[in-house]
Every structure is written in C-alpha cells, then in structure tokens.
Write a protein that binds this ligand. Structure first.
Ligand code: URA
Length: 432
C-alpha cells in the first residue's frame, strides 16, 4: 500500500477499507508516514466525508493503536458518560456520585479543558490533594470497591487520537463530523464501559452550532458504539446559555456539592437526572426511565449521592473537609458585579462569550501548558427567561487581576435583554 494512492482514493470520493485505514493509522503512529500526507488525507475527509462503516473502522483502528482498559473483572454493567464540551458543565461531578449511590459502576476517564470549555479534570484538581492519575489496577479496584472512579486518561490509550487531534488543530480539520465522532468514540471504546451516554451540546457555546449537525454527530457516534457492542444513548442538550450558574473550577465544584446537597440549579439537576436515567435502565436497575429518574432524585434526598462524592474524593487522595465545608475553597482577591443596563427579560446568555471571559480571567487555558487559577470565574445571577430590572446584578465576577475592563465588557455583552421571555428546553432530543 502507498499513502499517496490512499489520499487519491479518498479525494475521488471512494471509501477506505478497514485494512487501508489500519495501514494509515499504524504507519502514522509509528512515524512511517509524515504529517503532510496525513494532513492531506484529513482535508480530503473533511470535504468528502466518510460513511458509517468507514467511521466505525476508523474508530476501531484508532482504538487498536494503543491499550484498552479491560473492565471485565468488575461485576455488572459498567457505565460512562461523555460531554462534547460545554460551559459550566459540571455534570460528571454530580451524575457520577448519584449513579454510584444506586450500586452502578461508574468508570470514567475525563479530559482537560481547552479554550472556552472547561474540563472535568481541571474541576477535580480544584479539590486539594485529588489525584487524577492513578494506575489502571487502582482504577479497577476503586470501581469494584466504591462504584466510582473519575480519573485522567491513562498513558497509552488511543495514541493515534493524540497525534491526529494535534494535527487537526493546526490544519483546520477539527470540525469534521466523522473525525470528531471517531476521536470521541475511539477513546470511549478504549475506556471499556458497557453502556455509554453521550451529552451532545448544541448551540453557540458548543462544537455543533445547530441541531441538524448535532443530530448527525450523535447518530454517527451511537452507531459506532452499537456496531462495537456497546449500549448507546445520545442526549442533545442546549448550550445557548451556560449550564447552572457557576463557571470556573472551584465555583463549579461548589455548585456540584450544593446540587448533591439538594440546593443546586434546576437545569443542572434535570440534566443529570435525564442522562443518568438512561444509564440506570441500561444497567438493569430500573425498568423505565420514569422509575430511574425517581431513584436518582432519591439519592439526593437520602444524602447517599453526597456520601459517594465524599468517598470518591477520599479514595483519590482529596481533602474531604472542602466537600463538607465549601467555605474552605480559596477566594479570589476581587469580586465585581455586572449590572443590567435596562429592564427586560434575559433572552440569551452567550456561552461562548462567558466561557471566553472565564478563560481570560484564568479559569481556563488557551494553550495546553497554561496554568489555571482555580479561584476565579463567573457566577450568573440571572438565567434565560428571568426578568431583570435596570441596575440589578446580572453576574458576579471573581478575579485575581484588577485590570479587567475588557473581560467585564465581554460578560456584559453576553447578556441579551429583550421585551419578552422565551423558555427553551434544555433537553432537545434523545437518540438511541
Ligand atoms: N472532543 C474530542 O475528544 N475529539 C474531537 O475531535 C472533538 C471533541
């Protein structure tokens, strides 16, 4: 096989076979094919696309490029969830303990945030002492013992994705549906869970800006997982406003703790209950989605879910006194209120702008090596459809820098205030 012939084949609109994709990925990972040829292939895929079979095969060969986690020694159904990346998305911190409290094995590897979206790992690292890197053996033992582990991706899982993603990032080929689907699904398949729920975010703060493309991505990922024997569900959710109120690492951990204590924002809790319900049914712990939702809500009422967060943090070396007393989390030096310029209803809160502003405050990274400031961020005082009077507080900004007029302007401009209110639903569609 010659790489140039395979680039030509894809360029002409033909389908690549499993063997051809295997040759490409294995040769690329071992350094036998240069970046410039793979870049050309990625651009051909970007324009020509790939069908379901090709994308499944690409996911499989990416999965086979490294190690996979074998969770078969853990009894029962192992579950996982993945979000395509949002603003204020602390779902895993809430959902994981709720599901674990029902005796379901929640085995999740998470990523770091980049750009305007936050990553679960960064939030976990806001808890002093929490170890995100544990060995595969420890990961498995922990899931057996306390039903839950939330860790970083281990060493040699899908090296093909790491190399390809870095190349896509600099060749303008990130936003290709088959490339996103195979990137996400190769990692999910390698993490070993039997049942997976994908939270596919739609809106201006998400990769997929419109419902149509989010639906295409969701269907493709569900198909890849099902083709590989996994129970799959994709939930399409709105990202036209941040999830919950808090954006920024410690602030989001505090909001997750409050939610597990029964005092959280309703959109966050609703999303966790919706996503969690599919996992509960797939793990055969409930026979209907309604029953599953009630069981999940009960874990908040009976305090079992917060107990499981404490168990998780303790097991992974974190200081549980922070979970028991949220006032221990370090505070930022400055607290600034953003006020409404006029009366009206909040009709939109631009998530991309809020995420970008949080990143500029130091809550996120623009480059992978950037250091994060856990104490900074933004807390919304108003959500979409709320009425606001002139000079009422729209958002509170937590900062360690005092020269942030530009950031404050971005946050203010993110709030659109109009004369009428429109209630949008958070859960847009479910694809099985
Ligand atoms: N997240 C991933 O892991 N991969 C992509 O390609 C896009 C989002």
């Amino acid at each position: 096989m010659r790489m140039i012939d395979l680039i030509e084949k894809k360029k002409q609109g033909d389908k690549l076979t499993y063997d051809e994709l295997k040759y490409i990925i294995d040769s690329y990972v071992s350094g036998l094919i240069p970046d410039y040829q793979v870049s050309a292939l990625l651009m051909a895929i970007y324009f020509v696309g790939m069908d379901d079979i090709e994308t499944t095969n690409l996911s499989k060969v990416m999965l086979e490029s490294g190690d996979s986690l074998d969770l078969s020694s853990i009894d029962g159904i192992k579950v996982d969830k993945h979000s395509t990346g949002g603003v204020g998305d602390k779902t895993s911190l809430v959902l994981g303990p709720m599901v674990a409290a029902l005796g379901i094995k929640f085995a999740k590897m998470s990523g770091k945030g980049l750009g305007h979206t936050g990553g679960t790992l960064d939030k976990l690292e806001a808890i002093p002492g929490y170890r995100i890197n544990i060995s595969d053996e420890e990961f498995i033992e922990q899931v057996k013992d306390i039903n839950i582990a939330l860790v970083g991706q281990s060493g040699n899982l899908t090296p093909a994705d790491k190399k390809l993603y870095a190349l896509r990032d600099v060749t303008a080929t990130v936003d290709s549906i088959p490339l996103i689907a195979s990137s996400i699904m190769s990692k999910k398949l390698a993490s070993g869970a039997d049942a997976i729920v994908l939270d596919v975010k739609v809106g201006n703060g998400a990769f997929m800006k419109d419902l149509e493309s989010a639906r295409d991505l969701a269907r493709l990922m569900v198909k890849i997982g099902a083709n590989c024997g996994r129970k799959m569900t994709a939930v399409l959710t709105d990202m036209d406003e941040p999830l919950g109120y808090a954006v920024g690492n410690s602030l989001e951990v505090i909001e997750a703790i409050n939610t597990l204590n029964g005092n959280g924002p309703s959109d966050l809790l609703d999303l966790c209950v919706e996503i969690g319900a599919y996992l509960v049914v797939d793990a055969y712990k409930a026979s209907s989605i309604e029953e599953a939702k009630n069981m999940l809500l009960e874990t908040i009422r009976n305090k079992k879910a917060i107990e499981y967060l404490i168990k998780l943090v303790e097991k992974q070396g974190g200081d549980i006194s922070y979970i028991k007393d949220i006032n221990k989390f370090p505070k930022s030096k400055y607290v600034i209120e953003i006020k409404a310029a006029k009366n009206g209803y909040v009709s939109k809160i631009d998530s991309l702008m809020i995420g970008h502003a949080a990143m500029l405050l130091g809550a996120g990274r623009s480059k992978l090596e950037d250091k994060i400031d856990n104490s900074v961020g933004i807390v919304l005082n108003k959500k979409v459809s709320n009425y606001v009077s002139q000079d009422e507080v729209l958002a509170t900004v937590y900062s360690n820098k005092n020269n942030i007029d530009e950031v404050l302007e971005i946050i203010k401009a993110a709030f659109i205030i109009s004369n009428n209110s429109e209630i949008k639903s958070l859960i847009l569609e479910v694809i099985k």
